[in-house]
Design a binder for this molecule. Structure first.
Ligand code: ADP
Ligand code: MG
Length: 700
């Protein structure tokens, strides 16, 4: 049996130079790594094109014809070789920039060959540079599979001629030298239960597919495995936590909750809010620690749900805490909750990075003796010096800025961990939630409070700014307020985007005092300045708020009805959606105007179009994931995605993910610590995956 750990430099067709290149470029060190270097597409080599059908838009094509008329052209270092390729329907030119000697010695002018390559247009002529060439008699022997693998590569590898053909040769060599089957990587009972191809068959077929049906099954098996281990890893954490910890039982709904519900709550809860509260109350009563993700679109009323959950904790004799990702948002939460709970006698405190030392000392003390009922803050809450008397629930208004590791820190605030509710501001697709937040249960608020008019979104161009100004004036006249958001604070040499400084100047000119007043808010301002500026806008003293994306999260000014986003092409989809969520909070019709330059990339067009067409955060999140891939969506970029997917695509492989998750879940239900013999293969496999993938270790 060929040693799978064998250093690739000793493999046929590799050698020290290529080995070094593969190490550096693709992280490939062993024969096994090569077997895991999967093709990203396949070429159908049963298809032959007529030469007359060849156009420059086609990917690699294959054709049979006569090669003739070799000519050496150019001169000096720029010498190259051309030939004519014709099948009677038309002719194209073949070009070699190097290796002319070999070509001339090995090909015979006037003979028939099969060529394979990428057509390009040069002037009026179609040519194919460096085609693969086979004699017809060799062709049938060589092409054992009609589907030929194409491998991902890098510029450097391509330069050194390490192309798909080379990969096929090297990997084919490894497979030929196998004396037995590749060891299975899933328990036999799982392979059977889900009718999977064996690992051996799957690897063989992904590199050299027998036919398209088997290729499909090979892909399924390998994707299943990829997703399965991610799920097993994250669910193991969840099951482990369940074994290790009990949860506080909040058995009753008491006076604080009831009084708030009857006397303070100014509106009826939406059905979705009611359902979610019910789901979480079941967690509270179960004796298990609640670990839940609360998803809901901007403005769906998550904060209010959080508040009511905290009241239940207080009713049962516990403290509650709410953690926000930014100072502004923490302050906003503090104010909202403070106002809601006025007159209840509950003690609410705010702790952020800018809380003064003296104040902090008193706060710590009061928290420790249980005088504070609700503590709201930023990640300052995580610090070890922050000690609760009996923390019963933590709500993390995550907005994707806290990672799994930080979440875990909040659990350590008690010997017995509090219930944990994570709220995301930007909805994330279900598949992504199941993986990134796979250790959590999920609740969704899929309904907005009644009476909200959907925000009207309009795409406008820089050249039409005057019309937009006119519109702003009308809105202000009607008593409304306006946000104008810029991607940059100052002018930048690197980007041709609008900046706040410049914008402030032109807005001040177009909207002069005393008729108009303008607030400014950006990240470089001191906290006091920010607060002052915000307050002027909240109170309606200023009508226009000029800001960077610092206003992206949480800010709630119901009277603001226009959101203008400058250089909107610069922003990601969920960021645009989040910004738009700042308006549409009151009863008036609200507007979001996306200003862009005339020149837009295809992707930017899709983003703008999606915004114009949809107000649904979940739909927008799906598009975002399709455009950028799961690792790069707004929802995961900051905290990082704790895995890397080689084969699966979370925007398409939902079914496989669900099956894999169910499989992992049922295994852990029977054997939560994976102690049974039949599951030892899982333990080994997980261990080696964690070794290879540092980010996995972060979770468990
Ligand atoms: P989210 O945090 O999900 O973005 P918020 O909790 O900030 O949403 O709620 C947005 C606004 O809607 C707030 O002004 C809040 O008071 C209000 N709100 C929440 N729930 C309801 C409801 N059921 N009916 C009417 N208004 C509501
Ligand atoms: Mg909110």
């Amino acid at each position: 049996m060929l040693e799978l750990q064998k250093d690739i430099q000793f493999l046929k067709g590799v050698g020290p130079k290529r080995a070094e290149l593969l190490n550096k470029e693709l992280n490939i060190f062993t024969a096994k790594d090569l077997l895991y270097h999967f093709p990203f597409r396949y070429i159908d080599r049963t298809k032959f094109y007529k030469v007359s059908e060849i156009t420059e838009d086609l990917p690699n094509i294959q054709a049979k014809g006569i090669i003739s008329n070799f000519q050496t052209k150019g001169g000096g270092r720029k010498t190259y070789l051309t030939a004519e390729f014709s099948d009677g329907t038309a002719s194209v030119e073949l070009i070699w920039f190097k290796g002319a000697k070999w070509i001339k010695e090995n090909l015979t002018s006037g003979k028939e060959y099969i060529i394979f390559g990428k057509p390009a247009r040069y002037g009026r002529k179609i040519n194919i540079a460096h085609p693969e060439i086979d004699k017809p008699e060799d062709f049938n022997k060589k092409i054992s599979s009609s589907l030929q693998a194409v491998y991902p590569s890098t510029e450097k590898l391509t330069k050194k001629n390490v192309n798909s053909k080379v990969f096929r040769k090297i990997i084919g060599g490894i497979i030929e030298n196998l004396t037995g089957k590749l060891p299975e990587t899933l328990p036999a009972y799982i392979v059977q239960k889900y009718r999977l191809l064996s690992f051996h068959e799957a690897i063989l077929n992904i590199h050299f597919p027998e036919n398209s049906e088997t290729l499909k099954r090979a892909l399924y098996r390998l994707k299943f495995e990829e997703l399965f281990y991610i799920q097993l890893n994250i669910l193991k954490l969840k099951f482990g936590r369940r074994l290790k910890y009990k949860g506080f039982v909040f058995s009753k709904v008491g006076d604080y909750f009831n009084k708030f519900y009857r006397e303070k709550l100014p509106f009826e809860l939406t059905n979705a809010q009611k359902r979610v509260i019910k789901e979480i109350r079941q967690d509270f009563a179960s004796g298990k620690q609640a670990n839940r993700l609360l998803q809901g679109d901007v403005g769906s009323g998550k904060t209010l749900v959080a508040l009511m959950l905290m009241l239940i904790a207080i009713d049962n004799g516990y403290q509650a805490s709410l953690m926000a990702p930014t100072e502004i948002l923490a302050q906003q939460h503090f104010k909202t909750i403070f106002d809601f709970l006025e007159g209840t006698g509950l003690e609410i405190a705010l702790l952020t990075g800018s809380t003064k030392t003296a104040e902090r000392r008193i706060l710590h003390e009061n928290l420790h003796i249980g005088k504070i009922n609700i503590l709201i803050g930023t990640h300052a809450l995580i610090e070890d010096t922050v000690i609760f008397k009996n923390l019963g629930i933590v709500v993390i208004d995550e907005q994707h800025r806290f990672g799994v590791a930080q979440r875990a820190k909040m659990w350590n605030k008690n010997i017995q961990p509090p219930h944990v509710i994570v709220m995301t501001a930007t909805p994330i697709p279900r598949t992504l939630a199941m993986t990134v937040y796979g250790d959590l249960e999920i609740s969704v608020i899929d309904e907005l409070p009644p009476g909200r008019k959907p925000v009207k979104t309009i795409h406008s161009y820089d050249g039409k700014r005057l019309r937009v100004f006119k519109f702003i004036k009308e809105q202000i006249k009607a008593g409304r307020q306006v946000y104008i958001v810029y991607p940059l604070i100052y002018e930048s040499e690197n980007f041709d985007y609008k900046d706040l400084e410049d914008g402030l100047e032109s807005i001040s000119r177009a909207f002069p005092p005393p008729e108009y007043a303008v607030s400014v808010l950006h990240g470089r301002m001191k906290p006091e300045e920010k607060e002052k500026s915000m307050q002027l806008f909240v109170k309606g003293i200023t009508q226009i708020m000029i800001a960077t994306t610092v206003i992206e999260v949480g800010v709630d000014v119901p009277n603001a009805s226009v959101m203008i986003i400058e250089s909107a092409e610069r922003f990601g989809l969920s960021q645009l959606h989040q910004l738009r969520g700042r308006v549409g909070r009151g009863a008036d019709q609200s507007y979001c105007i996306l200003m862009t330059s005339y020149k837009l990339s295809k992707e930017a067009k899709t983003r703008i179009q999606t915004m114009v067409e949809s107000n649904d955060g979940f739909k927008i999140a799906e598009v975002d994931m399709k455009l950028r891939g799961p690792g790069d969506t707004e929802g995961t970029r900051q905290s990082g995605i704790p895995f890397e997917l080689k084969l699966s695509d979370l925007s398409k492989d939902y079914k496989i993910l669900e099956t894999a998750r169910n499989a992992a879940e049922s295994i852990l239900t029977d054997d939560p610590e994976l102690k049974e013999d039949k599951n030892q293969i899982l333990v080994r496999q997980l261990k080696s995956l964690i070794l290879r993938n540092k980010k996995w270790g972060m979770i468990s």
